[in-house]
Design a protein around this ligand. Structure first.
Ligand SMILES: [Zn+2]
Length: 157
């Protein structure tokens, strides 16, 4: 009888437990932990709770005594910032779509804006107000962006 000691390769995954050390799952790879404070991403191998704690104590010694609520609000803030970035990129693309469609620019206010709100509400489950406030999809700003893009287009044509 042979006993096979086949070393099972331990693959650690990000666990919500790690938030207490200030780590969230990395946006690029959900299985890797990322430090909320310096955005350093750790490999799977390095993802021992002790290593994460070590990072917190050594690199962010002033945050060691912060509780989970602190990191939760930090995570929320960071998520909102990322979401805002994505939304602004989307706005740029939407403005481009409006410009290409040849539709009146008011369509941004009348149709696109409510549609975006709907997506945010039902898909992302976010209150749209906070995000929409930061997105200037008003007629004027769409007009301005369309003009800018038309200018770029004419220049490059
Ligand atoms: Zn860090």
């Amino acid at each position: 009888m042979t006993t096979q000691h086949q070393a099972k390769k331990k693959c650690r995954h990000y666990s919500v437990e790690y938030l207490k050390y200030g780590f969230v799952s990395a946006p690029q790879n959900q299985q890797q932990p990322m430090c909320l404070l310096c955005e350093k991403v750790f490999s799977n191998e390095a993802m021992k709770p002790s290593r994460l704690l070590e990072h917190l104590t050594k690199i962010h010694s002033d945050k060691v005594d912060k509780n989970i609520a602190y990191f939760q609000s930090l995570r929320e803030k960071s998520r909102n910032e990322k979401l805002l970035e994505i939304c602004l990129l989307a706005l740029h693309n939407i403005s481009l779509l409006i410009a290409r469609s040849g539709k009146p620019h008011a369509i941004g206010e009348e149709l696109i804006l409510p549609a975006v709100r709907e997506v945010l509400h039902t898909v992302v489950h976010k209150s749209p107000d906070q995000i929409m406030k930061a997105i200037p999809l008003s007629d004027n700003s769409v007009q301005r962006r369309v003009d800018e893009m038309a200018y770029q287009f004419v220049k490059s044509a």
